[in-house]
Design a binder for this molecule. Structure first.
Ligand SMILES: N[C@@H](CCC(=O)N[C@@H](CS)C(=O)NCC(=O)O)C(=O)O
Length: 206
C-alpha cells in the first residue's frame, strides 16, 4: 500500500492526502514526522529525502519527494481525470501547481510562520506586515484568474486547485487584511464541503 510520511499540518502533506482521498487511493499515513515530531533529519529519513522535508511518499518501494510532482505521479498512475491529457490543458494545470510552489507558498510563509509558529515576543511586525502585502499581491493574481474561470485551470476542478486551496485556507483563517476577492470565495466555497478537504485541509492552523 502507498505510504505517506509527514505531519498533516503541512500544506504539502495535505495536498497529497486530499488528492488520495479524492481519488479513492488507499494509503498508510505516518503523521508523526516533521515539525515538533522531528524524525525528518534522521539518517533513515535523509536517505529517502536528502532535504529532510515532508512529505515523502513510497509507492511499492519507489521513494518520492516534492509534493506537486508526487500528486502528478499519482494522478498519472490512477488515470485521474483531474489531470488532463491535452498538452495545453495539462500545461495550464502544471503552471498553476508550479506557481503555488514557487510564488504563492513562499509569499505566505513569513506571515504564517510569524503569526502561528513564532512566540508573540519574538514576532517581527514589519516582516509580517510586508509579508501580508506580498501575499495579497499573489492573491490578486488568483482572484483575477478566478474572475475568468470557475476553477484555477479552467471550467472544472483539477489537480491545480488542490495545492492552492490549503494556502487559501490559511489566508482566510489568519487575522490579516485581505483583498476583496469574491471569486476566490466562490471557488473556495465550491469544494469546502468535500470530505477530503474537510478532513485534511479545513483544520485549525498549527
Ligand atoms: N517543495 C517541497 C517543500 C517541502 C517542505 O518544505 N515541507 C515543509 C513543511 S510544509 C517541511 O518539511 N518543513 C520541515 C518540518 O516540517 O520539519 C514539497 O512541495 O514537497
Amino acid at each position: 500500500m502507498l505510504k505517506i510520511l509527514g505531519r498533516a499540518t503541512s500544506t504539502n502533506v495535505q495536498k497529497v492526502l486530499w488528492f488520495c482521498d479524492a481519488q479513492g487511493i488507499e494509503y498508510d499515513h505516518d503523521n508523526d514526522i516533521g515539525g515538533a515530531f522531528g524524525r525528518n533529519n534522521s539518517a533513515e529519513y535523509l536517505a529517502m529525502n536528502p532535504n529532510g522535508r515532508v512529505p515523502v511518499v513510497i509507492d511499492d518501494g519507489f521513494v518520492m519527494w516534492e509534493s506537486c510532482s508526487i500528486i502528478r505521479y499519482l494522478a498519472r498512475k490512477s488515470k485521474s481525470d483531474l489531470y488532463p491529457s491535452d498538452f495545453a490543458e495539462r500545461q495550464t494545470v502544471e503552471r498553476w501547481m508550479d506557481w503555488e510552489l514557487s510564488l504563492l507558498a513562499p509569499r505566505h510563509v513569513p506571515v504564517f510562520v510569524g503569526m502561528v509558529r513564532t512566540k508573540p515576543e519574538d514576532r517581527n511586525p514589519d516582516a509580517i506586515a510586508n509579508g501580508v502585502t506580498q501575499w495579497n499581491v499573489a492573491m490578486q493574481v488568483l482572484e483575477d484568474q478566478l474572475s475568468e474561470t470557475a476553477y484555477v485551470a479552467g471550467a472544472s476542478f483539477t489537480l491545480a486547485d488542490i495545492p492552492i486551496a490549503p494556502i487559501v485556507h490559511r489566508w482566510y483563517n489568519l487575522d490579516i487584511d485581505r483583498i476583496d476577492a469574491p471569486n476566490i470565495k466562490r471557488w473556495y466555497d465550491s469544494f469546502a464541503g468535500d470530505a477530503g478537504f474537510q478532513k485534511w485541509v479545513n483544520i485549525e492552523l498549527a
